[in-house]
Design a protein around this ligand. Sequence first.
Ligand code: ZN
Length: 275
Amino acid sequence: MRGTDTIIAVEEFACKSAYAAFSTRLGGVSRGAYESLNLGLKSGDEPGRVARNTRLFWEATGLDSSRHVRTEQVHSDVVAVVTEREPLGTAQGADALVTRVPRVPLVAYFADCTPVFFLDPVTRSGGIAHAGWRGTVKGIVSRVVDMMESEFGSNPRDLLAVIGPSIGPCCYVVGEEVRRAAAKGLPWADSVLIEAKGGGPEPAWKFDMWGANRRLLVDAGMEPGNISCWRICTSCRRDMFFSYRRDGPHSGRMAGVFCLEGEQGKHDMPEGEGF
Ligand SMILES: [Zn+2]
């Protein structure tokens, strides 16, 4: 990782013809619970401030925001393929975006859910996924690998993935509904659910979303050594991030962005060494 206060760049992708970054809560203009770089319009912050924060975010990335595409984020396992012909804006029904088109930033919003960035340096394609518990138990990250294989001819063994800041197993306590869904969707659910003792009258588990998404990627054919997990918990790091679980619905949102660089892209760098 590296970056300014406002964003953390995905260093794992640097020098590989792609740029990816995740925003922090620092360096913006929102106040109170939204202090300060809130990028979410739907949680009650003043729209003018969110617009200003959004400009600050794009400035920090150095990307051209005019061609960006966003996920709709409905906790689906739908992966949208962004092409040159795709109308820009929001990809309806999608929680993940993949592309082979340079200079089209792909954006998703987060406040605890797991961001997963993808890059295939061989076919020069990649994308971003928004994996909450619903998307995780539906295997959205596996759908991304499948889609890159079928659409771009990617070999899963060539793919790189980065699991960014999100709520960790330290803080993500879930109840029976989530446990049951996980047990149904993930054959190895027991290995990512740890019984949380002393939390109250209802049974509760700590859900390791980082481990679950990593396991899904390996099951989809990726090399374990090509999957990087930052292990930064959004709930623990109040100083750096918003957290829906910690702060409730009236809290800010972060953004993740992925963009392939063109031949003369602003972020272009010579081909580097291994991952
Ligand atoms: Zn934590």
